[in-house]
Design a protein around this ligand. Structure first.
Ligand code: PLP
Length: 408
């Protein structure tokens, strides 16, 4: 694929107010106008380059948005205070009372809770489907459907969405395809594959330092203008605005994303292969055994690999908890939710990030009790990490010591 997302970020040129190599940080909530007429025009949304009030837009937020739009190949983008602060206004902008959404059933727990428990208050209904089955997706569309919603690589089961196939369906039924690309920045470029709107939680890989929450919506100028509209824009009116200081710090971290993603992917791929050959039930899109391995390959910007997320199933929640505690004691990572950090993070999704999903539904979608989700860190010596993790697993009889003899 010819699309080179990291080049698009690298090629942006910034001159700060005083010639600084970083753009100056805008430290104002409000902006002066030289004439009253310009203020009126700006409220009407037709005074380009004028700032009004920082909930609407601010120079620092626009710089970060510009870089993320470049990465995703969209006309523009709108950053927000969190990933949920990007997802919820997009869905409320695209849907009103009586409308219907077809969503993947394996999505981030917060998004699931929003669609399952919150949007019905506004008479917006959602059908949750197995997104890997395009015929089921299409059959779930009704005359009221407005949005197809999925994650390119789903949380936590690492199912892969066929974005081209979904985009075809969306086009035929006049729907918007909205893709949460949080798990696969740079690796997958959903808009290039036909998606209409791409969302990220910047909290994860993109910022990469687990020091803030943040989000972004990447889309057409028209759609982003709609979100920011002072009269009926969901981003503007719900008010989930990122702070300028934070936008500046996320922008600086974004510039090393391509290097970090390569290392996350390298390390995750290394561990996934070893875990699998040790006989552990391992899910990683880079493994040939992954049901969507070929699909991921056909969509990916190869250089960035299959991502930093993997899961293993150790049989029971008890074992999972024991293993996570032991690994944390050995300083192999943190027992923590979230992802994209320089240290490995692990959690048991069934009892944490996906606990919003009822137990029967968890079972149906293959979210088992013994599942551990790993966000693999930037470890410089992944072989050492693997050896130490294996020792932990042997100590808890998750791996028997025979595996060691066979490998030696
Ligand atoms: C974390 C996450 C979100 C929510 O983002 P916040 O920044 O926590 O609001 C949405 N989607 C996915 C896939 C996530 O991992």
């Amino acid at each position: 694929m010819a699309f080179k997302p990291a080049n698009k970020i690298q090629d942006l040129q910034y001159f700060g107010e005083f010639g600084g190599v970083n753009p100056s940080i805008s430290d104002s909530s409000t902006y002066t106008f030289l004439s009253a007429k310009t203020m009126f025009d700006t409220f009407e949304g037709n005074a380009d380059g004028c700032y009004l009030y920082s909930r609407h837009s601010s120079p620092s937020n626009l710089y970060l948005g510009e870089a993320l739009a470049a990465m995703e190949g969209t006309e523009t983008a709108n950053v927000s205070a969190s990933g949920m602060g990007a997802i919820t206004p997009v869905l409320l902008q695209l849907c009103g009372a009586g409308d219907h959404i077809v969503s993947s059933r394996t999505i981030y727990g917060g998004t699931y809770a929003f669609l399952k428990n919150f949007t019905p208050r506004f008479n917006i209904e959602t059908s949750f489907v197995d997104i890997t089955k395009l015929d089921i997706v299409e059959a779930s569309i009704t005359k009221n459907t407005k949005v197809l919603y999925c994650e390119s690589v789903s949380n936590p089961l690492l199912e892969v969405a066929d974005i081209k196939g979904l985009a075809d369906i969306a086009r035929r039924h006049n729907l918007k395809l909205v893709v949460d690309n949080t798990f696969s920045p740079l690796s997958i470029s959903p808009v290039v594959l036909g998606a209409d709107v791409v969302i990220h939680s910047l909290t994860k890989f993109i910022n990469g330092s687990s020091d803030t929450v943040g989000g972004v919506v990447c889309g057409t100028q028209e759609f982003i203008n709609d979100l920011r509209n002072v009269n009926d824009g969901a981003s503007m009116l719900l008010g989930s605005t990122m702070d300028s200081l934070r936008a500046a710090s996320v922008l600086k971290n974004l510039r090393t994303l391509h290097i970090r993603m390569q290392q996350h992917s390298f390390n995750a791929s290394f561990l996934a292969k070893r875990f699998e050959s040790d006989g552990l039930k391992t899910v990683y899109p880079g493994l040939k055994s992954h049901p969507s391995h070929e699909l991921f390959k056909s969509m990916m910007n190869e250089k960035y690999g299959f991502g930093g997320m993997l899961t293993i199933d150790v049989g029971s929640l008890e074992k999972a908890n024991e293993l996570m505690e032991l690994m944390q004691n050995k300083n192999l990572g943190y027992l923590a939710v979230s992802l994209g950090f320089y240290k490995t993070l692990f959690s048991a999704p069934g009892s944490s990030t996906s606990s919003e999903i009822p137990e029967e539904e968890q079972i149906e979608m293959g979210l088992s009790d013994g599942l551990i989700r790993f966000s693999i860190g930037l470890d410089a010596d992944i072989e050492r990490t693997y050896q130490m993790m294996r020792e932990c697993m042997q100590e808890l009889n998750i791996l028997d010591t025979k595996a060691e003899i066979e490998l030696a």
